[in-house]
Design a protein around this ligand. Structure first.
Ligand SMILES: [Zn+2]
Length: 367
Protein backbone atom coordinates (compact mmCIF):
# COMPACT_ATOMS: atom_id res chain seq x y z
CA UNK A 1 0.00 0.00 0.00
CA UNK A 2 1.58 3.30 -1.10
CA UNK A 3 2.08 5.91 1.58
CA UNK A 4 -0.75 8.38 1.89
CA UNK A 5 0.50 11.83 0.73
CA UNK A 6 0.62 14.29 3.56
CA UNK A 7 -1.84 17.06 3.12
CA UNK A 8 -0.91 19.12 6.14
CA UNK A 9 2.34 20.84 6.95
CA UNK A 10 4.50 19.23 9.57
CA UNK A 11 3.76 20.70 12.97
CA UNK A 12 0.56 22.49 11.92
CA UNK A 13 -1.69 19.55 12.16
CA UNK A 14 -2.95 20.45 15.62
CA UNK A 15 -3.79 24.05 14.89
CA UNK A 16 -7.56 24.25 14.45
CA UNK A 17 -8.50 25.60 11.08
CA UNK A 18 -10.73 28.63 11.32
CA UNK A 19 -12.78 29.29 8.28
CA UNK A 20 -13.72 32.87 7.55
CA UNK A 21 -17.33 33.52 8.37
CA UNK A 22 -19.41 34.45 5.35
CA UNK A 23 -21.37 37.53 6.19
CA UNK A 24 -23.96 38.83 3.74
CA UNK A 25 -22.53 41.09 1.08
CA UNK A 26 -22.94 44.83 1.42
CA UNK A 27 -25.33 45.21 -1.48
CA UNK A 28 -27.67 42.61 -0.01
CA UNK A 29 -29.13 44.92 2.62
CA UNK A 30 -32.90 44.78 2.79
CA UNK A 31 -34.18 47.56 0.55
CA UNK A 32 -36.76 48.74 3.04
CA UNK A 33 -33.99 49.57 5.49
CA UNK A 34 -31.19 50.83 3.32
CA UNK A 35 -30.81 52.72 0.08
CA UNK A 36 -27.63 52.90 -1.91
CA UNK A 37 -26.86 56.36 -3.22
CA UNK A 38 -26.60 56.07 -7.01
CA UNK A 39 -24.24 59.01 -7.11
CA UNK A 40 -21.59 58.22 -4.46
CA UNK A 41 -22.40 54.60 -3.60
CA UNK A 42 -22.88 55.29 0.10
CA UNK A 43 -25.33 53.01 1.92
CA UNK A 44 -27.92 55.22 3.56
CA UNK A 45 -30.26 54.22 6.34
CA UNK A 46 -33.76 54.93 5.08
CA UNK A 47 -35.08 56.43 8.30
CA UNK A 48 -32.12 58.78 8.41
CA UNK A 49 -32.59 59.61 4.73
CA UNK A 50 -36.22 60.57 5.34
CA UNK A 51 -35.13 62.93 8.09
CA UNK A 52 -32.83 64.80 5.70
CA UNK A 53 -35.61 65.10 3.05
CA UNK A 54 -34.10 62.23 1.06
CA UNK A 55 -30.96 64.11 0.11
CA UNK A 56 -27.71 62.14 0.36
CA UNK A 57 -25.72 63.66 3.26
CA UNK A 58 -22.38 62.83 1.70
CA UNK A 59 -22.84 63.98 -1.93
CA UNK A 60 -26.10 65.95 -2.01
CA UNK A 61 -27.88 63.62 -4.46
CA UNK A 62 -31.59 64.40 -4.43
CA UNK A 63 -33.65 61.22 -4.34
CA UNK A 64 -37.14 61.29 -5.78
CA UNK A 65 -39.92 62.22 -3.40
CA UNK A 66 -43.41 60.78 -3.25
CA UNK A 67 -46.28 63.19 -3.75
CA UNK A 68 -47.19 62.96 -0.07
CA UNK A 69 -43.66 63.80 1.07
CA UNK A 70 -43.55 66.70 -1.37
CA UNK A 71 -46.80 68.13 -0.06
CA UNK A 72 -45.42 67.85 3.48
CA UNK A 73 -42.30 69.66 2.38
CA UNK A 74 -43.94 72.59 0.60
CA UNK A 75 -47.18 73.18 2.50
CA UNK A 76 -47.88 74.20 6.08
CA UNK A 77 -48.31 71.14 8.22
CA UNK A 78 -51.72 69.54 7.89
CA UNK A 79 -53.13 72.24 5.61
CA UNK A 80 -53.58 70.12 2.49
CA UNK A 81 -57.13 69.35 1.39
CA UNK A 82 -57.26 67.06 -1.61
CA UNK A 83 -59.74 67.69 -4.43
CA UNK A 84 -60.99 65.24 -7.05
CA UNK A 85 -59.25 62.36 -5.30
CA UNK A 86 -61.53 59.86 -7.00
CA UNK A 87 -60.48 60.62 -10.59
CA UNK A 88 -59.21 57.46 -12.21
CA UNK A 89 -57.98 56.57 -15.66
CA UNK A 90 -60.12 54.50 -17.96
CA UNK A 91 -58.83 52.37 -20.77
CA UNK A 92 -60.28 54.16 -23.77
CA UNK A 93 -58.06 52.41 -26.31
CA UNK A 94 -58.17 48.91 -24.82
CA UNK A 95 -54.39 49.17 -24.77
CA UNK A 96 -52.38 46.01 -24.19
CA UNK A 97 -48.60 45.70 -24.28
CA UNK A 98 -47.05 43.01 -22.11
CA UNK A 99 -49.91 43.66 -19.71
CA UNK A 100 -53.29 45.25 -20.14
CA UNK A 101 -53.49 48.93 -19.20
CA UNK A 102 -56.03 48.35 -16.37
CA UNK A 103 -53.63 45.79 -14.86
CA UNK A 104 -50.79 48.30 -14.96
CA UNK A 105 -52.94 50.92 -13.26
CA UNK A 106 -54.00 48.45 -10.59
CA UNK A 107 -50.37 47.47 -9.91
CA UNK A 108 -49.30 51.11 -9.68
CA UNK A 109 -52.20 51.91 -7.36
CA UNK A 110 -51.21 49.04 -5.13
CA UNK A 111 -47.57 50.10 -5.07
CA UNK A 112 -48.14 53.80 -4.43
CA UNK A 113 -51.53 54.03 -2.74
CA UNK A 114 -52.48 56.72 -5.26
CA UNK A 115 -55.26 56.69 -7.86
CA UNK A 116 -53.09 58.24 -10.56
CA UNK A 117 -49.77 60.01 -10.99
CA UNK A 118 -50.89 63.40 -9.67
CA UNK A 119 -52.67 64.84 -6.65
CA UNK A 120 -54.21 68.26 -6.48
CA UNK A 121 -55.84 70.28 -3.77
CA UNK A 122 -55.61 73.41 -1.71
CA UNK A 123 -53.29 74.26 1.13
CA UNK A 124 -51.37 76.98 2.87
CA UNK A 125 -47.82 78.16 2.34
CA UNK A 126 -46.78 80.25 5.31
CA UNK A 127 -50.44 81.00 5.91
CA UNK A 128 -51.19 81.99 2.30
CA UNK A 129 -53.75 79.87 0.43
CA UNK A 130 -52.51 78.18 -2.73
CA UNK A 131 -53.76 75.65 -5.26
CA UNK A 132 -51.20 72.90 -5.66
CA UNK A 133 -50.77 69.91 -7.95
CA UNK A 134 -47.99 67.42 -7.28
CA UNK A 135 -46.86 64.54 -9.47
CA UNK A 136 -45.41 61.25 -8.30
CA UNK A 137 -42.83 59.52 -10.48
CA UNK A 138 -43.52 56.26 -8.67
CA UNK A 139 -46.89 55.94 -10.41
CA UNK A 140 -46.13 54.66 -13.93
CA UNK A 141 -43.19 56.99 -14.29
CA UNK A 142 -45.33 60.02 -13.50
CA UNK A 143 -46.78 59.71 -16.98
CA UNK A 144 -49.43 62.22 -17.97
CA UNK A 145 -52.71 60.70 -19.04
CA UNK A 146 -56.15 62.24 -19.01
CA UNK A 147 -56.32 62.22 -15.21
CA UNK A 148 -53.03 64.06 -14.68
CA UNK A 149 -53.96 66.61 -17.33
CA UNK A 150 -57.38 67.08 -15.77
CA UNK A 151 -55.94 67.56 -12.30
CA UNK A 152 -53.44 70.17 -13.47
CA UNK A 153 -56.23 71.92 -15.33
CA UNK A 154 -58.62 71.86 -12.37
CA UNK A 155 -55.92 73.16 -10.06
CA UNK A 156 -55.31 75.97 -12.54
CA UNK A 157 -59.00 76.78 -12.87
CA UNK A 158 -59.39 76.80 -9.11
CA UNK A 159 -56.42 79.16 -8.76
CA UNK A 160 -58.03 81.41 -11.36
CA UNK A 161 -61.46 81.37 -9.74
CA UNK A 162 -60.09 82.05 -6.26
CA UNK A 163 -57.25 84.27 -7.48
CA UNK A 164 -54.71 82.38 -5.41
CA UNK A 165 -51.23 81.31 -6.56
CA UNK A 166 -50.81 77.99 -8.35
CA UNK A 167 -47.94 75.63 -7.57
CA UNK A 168 -47.26 72.61 -9.77
CA UNK A 169 -44.53 70.14 -8.88
CA UNK A 170 -43.57 68.04 -11.90
CA UNK A 171 -41.93 64.62 -11.91
CA UNK A 172 -42.68 62.83 -15.11
CA UNK A 173 -41.33 60.82 -17.97
CA UNK A 174 -43.87 62.43 -20.31
CA UNK A 175 -47.18 61.54 -21.87
CA UNK A 176 -48.77 58.17 -21.06
CA UNK A 177 -48.53 56.03 -24.16
CA UNK A 178 -51.36 53.76 -23.05
CA UNK A 179 -53.76 56.66 -23.60
CA UNK A 180 -52.37 57.61 -26.99
CA UNK A 181 -53.71 60.83 -28.45
CA UNK A 182 -55.84 61.49 -25.38
CA UNK A 183 -52.70 62.01 -23.36
CA UNK A 184 -51.28 64.33 -26.02
CA UNK A 185 -54.46 66.39 -25.83
CA UNK A 186 -53.57 67.19 -22.24
CA UNK A 187 -50.78 69.43 -23.49
CA UNK A 188 -53.24 71.77 -25.17
CA UNK A 189 -55.74 71.56 -22.33
CA UNK A 190 -53.32 72.43 -19.55
CA UNK A 191 -51.60 75.15 -21.52
CA UNK A 192 -54.86 76.89 -22.44
CA UNK A 193 -55.94 76.89 -18.79
CA UNK A 194 -52.57 78.34 -17.80
CA UNK A 195 -52.89 81.02 -20.44
CA UNK A 196 -56.17 82.16 -18.89
CA UNK A 197 -54.40 82.24 -15.52
CA UNK A 198 -51.56 84.29 -16.95
CA UNK A 199 -53.93 86.73 -18.65
CA UNK A 200 -55.71 87.24 -15.32
CA UNK A 201 -52.44 88.02 -13.58
CA UNK A 202 -52.54 85.12 -11.13
CA UNK A 203 -49.07 83.77 -10.27
CA UNK A 204 -47.89 80.28 -11.15
CA UNK A 205 -44.79 78.74 -9.60
CA UNK A 206 -43.52 75.64 -11.38
CA UNK A 207 -41.17 73.29 -9.54
CA UNK A 208 -39.29 70.86 -11.76
CA UNK A 209 -37.88 67.76 -10.11
CA UNK A 210 -35.98 64.78 -11.39
CA UNK A 211 -37.10 63.92 -14.03
CA UNK A 212 -39.26 66.40 -15.92
CA UNK A 213 -39.30 65.29 -19.53
CA UNK A 214 -41.50 64.68 -22.56
CA UNK A 215 -45.00 66.08 -22.74
CA UNK A 216 -44.91 67.54 -19.24
CA UNK A 217 -41.78 69.50 -20.08
CA UNK A 218 -43.36 70.47 -23.40
CA UNK A 219 -46.48 71.85 -21.72
CA UNK A 220 -47.05 73.22 -18.24
CA UNK A 221 -43.77 72.48 -16.45
CA UNK A 222 -41.82 75.35 -17.98
CA UNK A 223 -44.62 77.93 -18.14
CA UNK A 224 -44.29 79.16 -14.58
CA UNK A 225 -43.90 82.81 -13.78
CA UNK A 226 -40.97 81.37 -11.85
CA UNK A 227 -39.51 78.01 -12.83
CA UNK A 228 -37.59 76.38 -9.98
CA UNK A 229 -35.61 73.16 -10.34
CA UNK A 230 -33.95 70.84 -7.88
CA UNK A 231 -30.20 70.29 -8.29
CA UNK A 232 -29.06 67.92 -11.02
CA UNK A 233 -32.62 67.11 -12.11
CA UNK A 234 -33.02 65.64 -15.58
CA UNK A 235 -35.05 68.17 -17.55
CA UNK A 236 -35.64 68.02 -21.26
CA UNK A 237 -37.96 66.93 -24.01
CA UNK A 238 -36.42 63.87 -25.65
CA UNK A 239 -33.57 61.70 -24.46
CA UNK A 240 -30.00 62.85 -25.01
CA UNK A 241 -29.33 60.39 -27.84
CA UNK A 242 -32.53 61.28 -29.69
CA UNK A 243 -31.81 65.00 -29.31
CA UNK A 244 -28.27 64.57 -30.61
CA UNK A 245 -29.51 62.43 -33.49
CA UNK A 246 -32.23 64.91 -34.45
CA UNK A 247 -29.90 67.85 -34.89
CA UNK A 248 -26.93 65.64 -35.91
CA UNK A 249 -24.61 67.37 -33.48
CA UNK A 250 -22.66 66.54 -30.38
CA UNK A 251 -24.36 68.02 -27.35
CA UNK A 252 -22.43 69.31 -24.35
CA UNK A 253 -22.27 67.07 -21.29
CA UNK A 254 -25.10 67.59 -18.83
CA UNK A 255 -27.13 69.71 -21.25
CA UNK A 256 -30.36 68.34 -19.78
CA UNK A 257 -29.50 69.00 -16.16
CA UNK A 258 -30.85 71.83 -14.00
CA UNK A 259 -27.54 73.64 -13.65
CA UNK A 260 -26.90 73.75 -17.40
CA UNK A 261 -30.44 74.96 -18.10
CA UNK A 262 -30.10 77.58 -15.38
CA UNK A 263 -26.82 78.87 -16.79
CA UNK A 264 -28.47 79.18 -20.20
CA UNK A 265 -31.47 81.10 -18.93
CA UNK A 266 -34.06 78.37 -19.18
CA UNK A 267 -34.71 78.17 -15.46
CA UNK A 268 -34.96 80.92 -12.88
CA UNK A 269 -33.61 79.10 -9.85
CA UNK A 270 -31.90 75.88 -8.86
CA UNK A 271 -32.74 75.33 -5.21
CA UNK A 272 -31.54 72.70 -2.75
CA UNK A 273 -34.45 70.77 -1.31
CA UNK A 274 -33.76 72.01 2.19
CA UNK A 275 -34.26 75.59 0.98
CA UNK A 276 -37.19 74.92 -1.34
CA UNK A 277 -40.02 75.79 1.02
CA UNK A 278 -38.37 79.03 2.12
CA UNK A 279 -37.84 79.97 -1.50
CA UNK A 280 -41.51 79.38 -2.32
CA UNK A 281 -42.58 81.33 0.77
CA UNK A 282 -40.37 84.24 -0.30
CA UNK A 283 -41.67 84.19 -3.86
CA UNK A 284 -45.30 84.15 -2.81
CA UNK A 285 -44.68 87.23 -0.73
CA UNK A 286 -43.87 89.09 -3.95
CA UNK A 287 -46.04 87.25 -6.42
CA UNK A 288 -49.57 88.19 -5.57
CA UNK A 289 -52.55 87.95 -7.84
CA UNK A 290 -53.31 91.15 -9.70
CA UNK A 291 -56.47 92.77 -8.35
CA UNK A 292 -59.38 91.95 -10.56
CA UNK A 293 -59.75 94.74 -13.12
CA UNK A 294 -62.91 96.81 -13.12
CA UNK A 295 -64.53 96.08 -16.45
CA UNK A 296 -65.89 99.15 -18.18
CA UNK A 297 -69.03 98.34 -20.11
CA UNK A 298 -69.24 100.29 -23.35
CA UNK A 299 -72.72 100.70 -24.83
CA UNK A 300 -73.30 98.40 -27.74
CA UNK A 301 -70.01 96.59 -27.31
CA UNK A 302 -70.31 92.93 -26.47
CA UNK A 303 -68.52 92.27 -23.21
CA UNK A 304 -65.39 90.18 -22.85
CA UNK A 305 -64.97 89.30 -26.48
CA UNK A 306 -61.52 89.37 -27.99
CA UNK A 307 -60.76 92.01 -30.59
CA UNK A 308 -60.31 89.46 -33.31
CA UNK A 309 -63.32 87.28 -33.90
CA UNK A 310 -62.88 84.99 -36.86
CA UNK A 311 -66.54 84.72 -37.73
CA UNK A 312 -67.33 88.39 -37.56
CA UNK A 313 -64.14 89.07 -39.46
CA UNK A 314 -65.23 86.71 -42.24
CA UNK A 315 -68.71 88.17 -42.28
CA UNK A 316 -67.29 91.66 -42.64
CA UNK A 317 -65.01 90.52 -45.41
CA UNK A 318 -67.84 88.79 -47.21
CA UNK A 319 -69.99 91.89 -46.95
CA UNK A 320 -67.27 93.95 -48.56
CA UNK A 321 -66.23 91.55 -51.29
CA UNK A 322 -69.41 89.80 -52.32
CA UNK A 323 -72.30 91.59 -54.01
CA UNK A 324 -75.43 91.88 -51.89
CA UNK A 325 -77.40 88.68 -52.27
CA UNK A 326 -80.70 90.48 -52.21
CA UNK A 327 -79.89 92.40 -55.40
CA UNK A 328 -80.99 89.86 -58.02
CA UNK A 329 -83.74 88.29 -55.95
CA UNK A 330 -85.76 91.35 -55.00
CA UNK A 331 -87.86 92.42 -57.92
CA UNK A 332 -90.79 94.06 -56.04
CA UNK A 333 -88.77 97.12 -55.14
CA UNK A 334 -86.89 97.28 -58.38
CA UNK A 335 -83.97 98.65 -56.51
CA UNK A 336 -82.37 95.45 -55.21
CA UNK A 337 -82.96 96.38 -51.60
CA UNK A 338 -85.65 95.42 -49.15
CA UNK A 339 -88.16 97.90 -47.79
CA UNK A 340 -86.66 100.33 -45.37
CA UNK A 341 -83.08 99.42 -46.21
CA UNK A 342 -81.58 101.91 -48.59
CA UNK A 343 -78.72 100.62 -50.74
CA UNK A 344 -75.47 100.97 -48.85
CA UNK A 345 -72.83 103.05 -50.47
CA UNK A 346 -69.94 101.02 -51.78
CA UNK A 347 -66.85 101.34 -49.60
CA UNK A 348 -63.85 102.78 -51.35
CA UNK A 349 -61.82 99.70 -50.51
CA UNK A 350 -64.02 97.40 -52.53
CA UNK A 351 -62.10 98.14 -55.73
CA UNK A 352 -63.68 97.15 -59.01
CA UNK A 353 -66.92 95.93 -57.51
CA UNK A 354 -70.01 97.27 -59.20
CA UNK A 355 -72.18 99.54 -57.20
CA UNK A 356 -75.31 97.98 -55.74
CA UNK A 357 -77.47 100.13 -57.98
CA UNK A 358 -76.25 98.46 -61.16
CA UNK A 359 -78.75 96.27 -63.04
CA UNK A 360 -79.28 92.82 -61.54
CA UNK A 361 -78.55 91.17 -64.88
CA UNK A 362 -74.92 92.15 -64.64
CA UNK A 363 -74.48 90.93 -61.12
CA UNK A 364 -76.22 87.64 -61.36
CA UNK A 365 -73.39 85.62 -62.91
CA UNK A 366 -70.90 86.91 -60.38
CA UNK A 367 -72.99 85.94 -57.42
ZN1 LIG B 1 -24.47 60.23 -2.29
Amino acid sequence: MPPVPRTRLEGWSDVPIKLPSFRPRRDAYPPDLWTKCPSCGEMLFNKQLDKVLRVCPSCGHHFRLSAAARLDLVLDHGSFAERDGGLESEDPLGFVDQKGYPDRIAAAQLATGMRDAAVWGTGLVDGRPVAICVMDFGFMGGSMGAVVGEKVTRATEHALAERIPLIVVSASGGARMQEGTLSLMQLAKTVSALERLRAAGVPFVSILTDPTTGGVFASYAVLGDVNIAEPNALIGFAGARVSAGTIAQELPPGFQRSEFLYEHGFLDLVVHRSALRDEVVGLLRYLVARPQPVVEVIEGEPLALPNFRPFSFLTNLAERVLPPESAPAAPPNGNGAGPGTPPTPTPSTSGPRESSTSPPAEEAPRG
